[in-house]
Design a protein around this ligand. Structure first.
Ligand SMILES: [Zn+2]
Length: 111
């Protein structure tokens, strides 16, 4: 099942209130997921592992679109479609998406 961010905008900051929960469901660290989002929206931000705070206003719709893309590229195995995968850093510029269901190892562009 595809998780969705719960987003609140206040005082020119964007709060993703269920950030830790979404990261858990995807089996990715909150730091990695946030790094992906921040690169895409080109804004600074932080996470304490539970909530993410982006310095600027970003619509929930956009963040959820980016989340879908992250899942498609960095969670779902392109060979068998299983979400039961690990993301390993191989070397500069490359992540390896390792599937625990079918054993496929797929190189992905690092971020
Ligand atoms: Zn697979």
């Amino acid at each position: 099942m595809m998780p969705k961010f719960e987003v609140n905008i206040a005082g020119k900051k964007t709060f993703i209130t269920n950030f830790g929960q979404v990261s858990d469901i995807l089996g990715r660290s909150p730091e990695l997921l946030l790094r992906y989002l921040l690169k895409e929206v080109a804004l600074p931000g932080t996470t304490d592992g539970h909530v993410a705070v982006i310095q600027g206003e970003v619509k929930g719709q956009l963040l959820n679109k980016l989340l879908e893309r992250f899942v498609r590229e960095y969670v779902i195995c392109p060979v068998c479609g299983s979400p039961d995968t690990r993301l390993e850093k191989e070397r500069r510029g490359v992540f390896l998406l390792r599937c625990l269901a079918c054993g496929a190892v797929t190189p992905m562009k690092a971020f």
